[in-house]
Design a protein around this ligand. Structure first.
Ligand code: HEM
Length: 359
C-alpha cells in the first residue's frame, strides 16, 4: 500500500485553532480565565469566607429536615395548571433552617429564618422552593450580592466588617439600605412555626388555557405570631428553634397558607429587592402541613438541593437574574458538600449540635 500523504498545513492549522477555541471556551466556562468575572464557584467561595464547613450546605447551614403534605384550595387550579393544585394531596420533604454559613450558630441570634420545600406530584413533576423570612432580598443582582458578601466579611483586626468597605458597598447598592432597615426593625418571632416565609423572586403561573400571570408567593403561618424579646434571645439555648419545633410537633401538626401574590403591570418582576405594593391581589392556593422532623445529618433533606428553578409544568421562571445565579450556586454548594460527605470529611451525625428526633 502506498504511504498516506501527510496532512496539509491548512488542515492542521484549522484543527489546532478549533482545539484552542474549545479549550479557551472550556477554561472560560470553568472560571479559570477572566479573573474578575463572577462565577458560581466564586459566589460560593465568598459565602464560605475562607472557612468552609465540610459536609454542610454553604448557606443556611444549620437546620432540620421536616416532612408533611400540601393540600390545594378550591381556587388554586384556576391560577396554575401545575398538578399540585389539582390533586387532593402532595407529599412534601422540606427543611427549616437559619441564615448564615455556620452549622453551629446560635438559633436565637439568627436574623433570617428559612423554609425549603420539595413537592412531588403524582405525575412525577417536582416543585422545589427555598424561602426566607425577609420580605425582599438585599440586592438586585448576583454581582451586588457578591459585593455585599465581600463587604460584610469581618476584618481580622476588629472581628467586624470594615465600615469604609460597607459604606462603599451601600453607596453602590442603595437598595441594601431597605434590607438593613428591615433587619433592624422587624419583630423577631418566637418559633419557626409562627414565621412567614417569602419566595421574593417572581415566577410565572400558567393556567390550563395557557394564560400567564407573574406572581410571588409566601407561606403564612396559621400559628399566631408571638414575639421573642431581646432578653429571651440572649438566654435561649443554642438549638432553641429546633427544641421549640420538636415540642410543638409533639402537640400536633403545623400549618402555613400558601399565598400567591399577583403582579400588576409595571411591578418589578426581575428585581427581588423591590417589594410589590401591599394592595396586589392575593390568593390562598392551599395549606402546607408539617407533621414530622428529623436531624439534618441523617434526615431525608440532607441530599436534596432545594434549587428554586426546579418547577413543574404550570409554573415557569421569570427573567430575574438572581434566580439563575441561585441555581448555579446551589449546585456548586451541593457538589462540594456531597463530595465531602462521600469522602467521610463531614462530621458524624453525633457531632451535629441539633439532635432532632423523628416522630
Ligand atoms: C444570588 C443570590 C443567592 C445565592 C448566591 C444563594 C446561595 C445559596 C447557597 C450556596 C445555598 C446552599 C445550597 C445547598 O447546598 O443546597 C443556599 C441555600 C438557601 N438559600 Fe440561597 N442564595 C441566594 C439567594 C437566595 C434568596 C433570594 C432566597 C430566598 C428568598 C434564598 C433562600 C435560601 C434557602 C431557604 C436556602 C436553604 C435551602 C435548604 O434548606 O437546603 N437564597 N443559598
Amino acid at each position: 500500500m502506498p504511504p498516506k500523504p501527510p496532512m496539509p498545513w491548512p488542515a492542521l492549522t484549522a484543527i489546532a485553532i478549533i482545539v484552542l477555541v474549545l479549550a479557551t471556551a472550556f477554561a472560560w466556562a470553568a472560571g479559570w480565565i477572566g479573573k474578575d468575572r463572577l462565577t458560581a464557584p466564586r459566589l460560593v467561595d465568598a459565602i464560605e469566607g475562607g472557612k468552609p464547613y465540610a459536609g454542610f450546605r454553604r448557606a443556611h447551614s444549620k437546620g432540620v429536615c421536616v416532612a408533611g403534605y400540601f393540600e390545594p384550595s378550591t381556587q388554586a387550579a384556576a391560577l396554575s395548571r401545575a398538578q399540585v393544585f389539582s390533586q387532593p394531596r402532595t407529599a412534601v420533604q422540606g427543611r427549616l433552617s437559619i441564615g448564615g454559613a455556620d452549622p453551629y450558630a446560635l438559633d436565637a441570634q439568627a436574623r433570617v429564618r428559612s423554609l425549603a420545600l420539595l413537592l412531588k406530584a403524582d405525575n412525577g413533576q417536582e416543585w422545589r422552593m427555598a424561602m426566607n423570612s425577609f420580605p425582599f432580598f438585599s440586592v438586585s443582582t448576583p454581582a451586588g450580592f457578591h459585593k455585599q458578601l465581600v463587604a460584610s466579611r469581618p476584618d481580622p483586626a476588629t472581628g467586624k466588617p470594615d465600615p469604609a468597605r460597607m459604606a462603599a458597598f451601600l453607596a453602590e447598592h442603595p437598595e441594601a439600605k431597605r434590607f438593613q432597615a428591615w433587619a433592624k426593625s422587624a419583630p423577631w418571632s418566637s418559633s419557626w412555626a409562627n414565621t412567614a416565609y417569602n419566595g421574593v423572586n417572581a415566577f410565572r403561573f400558567v393556567d390550563a388555557a395557557g394564560r400567564e400571570r407573574f406572581v410571588r408567593w409566601s407561606m403564612e403561618p396559621q400559628a399566631p405570631f408571638e414575639p421573642l424579646s431581646e432578653a429571651e434571645r440572649q438566654q435561649a439555648d443554642p438549638d432553641y428553634l429546633a427544641e421549640e419545633l420538636r415540642a410543638r410537633l409533639r402537640r400536633g401538626p403545623l400549618r402555613w397558607n400558601l399565598v400567591i401574590i399577583e403582579a400588576a403591570p409595571g411591578d418589578p418582576i426581575d428585581d427581588p429587592s423591590q417589594a410589590w405594593p401591599e394592595n396586589r391581589p392575593r390568593h390562598i392556593a392551599g395549606v402546607l402541613v408539617l407533621n414530622n422532623s428529623q436531624p439534618q445529618a441523617t434526615g431525608r433533606c440532607r441530599d436534596v438541593n432545594y434549587d428554586p428553578t426546579v418547577v413543574p409544568d404550570g409554573i415557569a421562571l421569570s427573567g430575574d437574574p438572581i434566580l439563575a445565579a441561585r441555581a448555579a450556586a446551589y449546585s456548586v454548594s451541593f457538589n462540594r458538600r456531597e463530595r465531602e460527605t462521600a469522602r467521610d470529611q463531614a462530621p458524624p451525625a453525633t457531632d451535629v449540635t441539633m439532635q432532632e428526633v423523628a416522630r
